[in-house]
Structures are given as structure tokens and as C-alpha cells.
Write a protein that binds this ligand. Structure first.
Ligand SMILES: [Zn+2]
Length: 148
């Protein structure tokens, strides 16, 4: 299901700002090996957007995804638990990309399972919105460590 309707908690203007910033974040990508740029934008309650992009490495395993780059920037700027939406875009023009498994878990650490995740294609003409719960069912999070 594709949608261009703003997720709960976002105005149409917020939604447009978030999508545009996720598309532009790809310009920050360092991806000489895959040549596949990914951008991410995390919007906070104050409507600040933290941008991230994939940063690759000659030692491939040392690379980091756009989502985790944005997460690190948000968290180290004092925004660990006030996210209202996250959007990603990739250089795939026919399809919307979705966060990898590691990134879904990384998002889980800081966000509500209701967090809307906006997945865009390369020019933003296609858009799919799912909650973190839908992308990461039966997940393990910080509260599970307290159930011992
Ligand atoms: Zn990832």
C-alpha cells in the first residue's frame, strides 16, 4: 500500500519537510563502493530533522547505514526519545527502500513501536508508511531486560 497521507502527529507541511530532507540527505552519502546512496531524516517533537547517510568503508563491514548515522546524530544531540517520524530514501527509482534488520533494531532502542517509518523511492514520487511495529514484529527492546 502506498500513501502520501501524513502519518499521525505530522501536518502535511511537516510530512513534506521530512520527505524532502530524507531525499536531500542522500547528498551526504559516502558510497564509492556500492554507488547506492541512502538518506535518512529523523524528525523530533520540536520538528528538528537529524539527517544521516550511508558511510561506506574499504573494509566493508566498517560501513554504517544512513539510519544509524542519523540515530547517532540525534542521540548525541540530546534527542534520544522524542522522535515523531523517520524517513528514508535510496537511489532506487522504481521502488521504495526499507530499513535493514540491524537498523530496525537500532530504531527500536529509541522509538515507540508506533513510530511511523516513511519509505521513499529515489525521487519521492512513491511512498510507503509503516509503523516500527509492522516492520519489526515481536521485537526485543530495553524493557525486556527488566523482565528477569
Ligand atoms: Zn541499515
Amino acid at each position: 500500500m502506498q500513501t502520501n497521507i501524513a502519518p499521525p502527529g505530522l501536518t502535511d507541511s511537516d510530512f513534506q519537510t521530512l520527505k524532502t530532507s530524507a531525499l536531500r540527505a542522500r547528498e551526504l552519502s559516502y558510497s564509492p563502493y556500492s554507488k547506492f546512496r541512502v538518506g535518512c531524516s529523523i524528525m523530533t517533537e520540536s520538528k528538528t530533522c537529524f539527517l544521516g547517510a550511508n558511510v561506506e568503508n574499504a573494509s566493508y563491514g566498517a560501513g554504517i547505514c544512513a539510519e544509524r548515522t542519523a540515530i547517532v546524530k540525534a542521540v548525541t544531540s540530546g534527542h534520544a526519545n522524542d522522535w515523531i517520524c523517520l524517513a528514508i530514501s535510496g537511489d532506487a527509482f522504481d521502488t521504495c527502500i526499507s530499513p535493514c534488520g540491524i537498523c530496525r533494531q537500532a530504531i527500536r532502542e529509541f522509538a515507540s513501536l508506533k513510530l511511523p517509518i516513511v519509505m521513499l523511492n529515489g525521487d519521492g514520487s512513491k511512498c510507503i508508511v509503516r509503523t516500527l511495529q509492522e516492520l519489526l514484529p515481536m521485537s526485543f527492546g530495553p524493557e525486556d531486560l527488566e523482565k528477569q
